[in-house]
Write a protein that binds this ligand. Structure first.
Ligand code: NDP
Length: 416
């Protein structure tokens, strides 16, 4: 079982913070979904709430969502693509993952295009966003409750050290088990990639509707947004092995918190495309070029810095990285102190922020709502940087403080 210290430690403000965060996530996602459907973007204008329960809950949406998620589970299980092991967990254990997210993305996108040509009304995906969201929340509530109880029967090494405090609500929220599995089927990983694929489906739905209803004119901003976001996701899935070592997959338990965060992706990340699709907003070609340059710069920083660290972690003696300065630590691992990782402690976050900013800029400056995602990412990455730094301080002790004196800035060189 987790140690006494581990059991006592609460994060995210403990049970009260967890409850507040649950409600906040739910409210924020409903707000996004409502705006995505209604196209009324004034953040300070109260949404016109339709109290007809059928606007919020529908059996067909629940069945549709479950069927779609079932397909994602099947796609993951197919012996397509290579398999790879995640990082070493407790007791030296490793989990094997099937790497076929790009294949799953292709199948989904071809599916929605085929559905359009077969006459399926694609706009039901957009028009039923609120019902789909309710279905998703119900699924998360049930799933996290079932997993909470099933954790009584799993081996100790599978438990989340931070999610077994003995406080039932908190543990349900944080997740008692790290990587619940049905045989080789990894639920957390499939939920995560389904969230991203769901985001792409929402984007494609907007694009298809715009093309089919667009009187021969599709807003250039919408096309650029969909292309930039699709490229980001293709790249993310191309380097799928890197996802296996990310914080969410390695350290987060599968409870309501993380499942709700994955569910938020399709409903909140598509807000900029929905904005452009509903308002028909277009910018000049020069503005679009400027936005694309910000995106390209962000992508370059994000990809190059992640590759540099990943290559270094895979083989610290790689001759191709011999030009980089490193710092030894008592743990035996070395830390990079030049190159991208000498500029600041999280150059990859900086790249991600520029990419996210470029999406928001595609919506102009008329409304604040499409900038919420960017603002949210700023807060998320600042918090993540703090938590990662705490984790590194635990791993590296005084060496980490020494490292922080050498690499002074957290995310933005010379500023933050
Ligand atoms: P990182 O990929 O930044 O990894 C952090 C780890 O890197 C540390 O724990 C440490 O682990 C290692 N490290 C830190 N500094 C150094 C150094 N100087 N030299 C060598 N190793 C170092 O963490 P995340 O999982 O948070 O992020 C992964 C990606 O996901 C990022 O690109 C991020 O931007 C992106 N992301 C995107 C989000 C979005 O919504 N768009 C949300 C969250 C993340 P160790 O030393 O043990 O190897």
């Amino acid at each position: 079982m987790p140690s006494q210290d581990e059991r006592k430690r609460f994060e995210m403000g403990g049970p009260v913070g967890a409850a507040a965060l649950s409600l906040f996530f739910i409210a924020l996602t409903y707000l996004n979904a409502e705006k995505n459907v209604s196209g009324e973007w004034d953040l300070f204008q109260m949404p016109k709430i339709n109290w007809d329960i059928r606007q919020w809950v529908s059996l067909s949406s629940l069945l549709g969502l479950l069927a779609w998620f079932g397909i994602q589970l099947v796609l993951y299980s197919l012996p397509i693509g290579k398999s790879a092991y995640g990082p070493v967990l407790k007791e030296g254990r490793k989990l094997e993952y099937q790497l076929n997210a790009l294949f799953a993305l292709d199948v989904n996108l071809l599916g929605i295009i085929a559905a359009f040509f077969l006459g399926f009304p694609i706009n039901v995906v957009i028009n039923n966003m609120l019902q789909l969201l309710t279905a998703g929340i119900l699924t998360c509530l049930v799933l996290s409750s079932v997993l909470y109880h099933l954790a009584d029967y799993v081996e100790d090494w599978r438990l989340n050290p931070r999610g077994n405090t003995g406080h039932s609500f908190y543990d349900w929220f944080i997740g008692r088990e790290l990587n619940p599995r049905l045989g080789s089927l990894d639920l957390k990983y499939v939920m995560f990639r389904s969230g991203i694929i769901g985001w792409m489906l929402m984007n494609f739905a907007s694009l298809i509707i715009a093309f089919s209803e667009g009187k021969n004119e599709v807003p250039s901003n919408l096309v650029l947004l969909v292309i930039m976001q699709l490229f980001y996701v293709i790249d993310y899935f191309w380097f799928e092995e890197g996802i296996l070592v990310s914080r969410d997959i390695v350290y987060e338990g599968l409870g309501f918190n993380i499942s709700m965060q994955f569910l938020m992706i399709p409903f909140t990340f598509c807000t900029q495309t929905r904005y452009v699709a509903t308002t028909g907003y277009t910018s000049s070609w020069m503005t679009l070029l400027g936005i694309f340059i910000i995106y390209g710069t962000g992508y370059w920083i994000y990809r190059a810095s992640n590759l540099e660290k990943n290559k270094f972690r895979q083989n610290p003696d790689d001759p191709a990285l011999a030009y980089l300065k490193t710092m030894p630590t008592e743990s035996g691992k070395r830390l990079l102190i030049s190159g991208w990782w000498g500029l600041c402690r999280h150059p990859n976050y900086l790249g991600d922020l520029l990419i996210s900013l470029s999406y928001a800029l595609c919506t102009g400056f008329q409304h604040f709502m499409p900038y919420l995602g960017f603002l949210f990412l700023v807060m998320l990455l600042i918090d993540r940087e703090n938590r990662d730094s705490e984790g590194c301080r635990e791993k590296y002790g005084k060496d980490w403080d020494k490292y922080c004196q050498i690499v002074k800035y957290k995310i933005i060189p010379f500023i933050y």
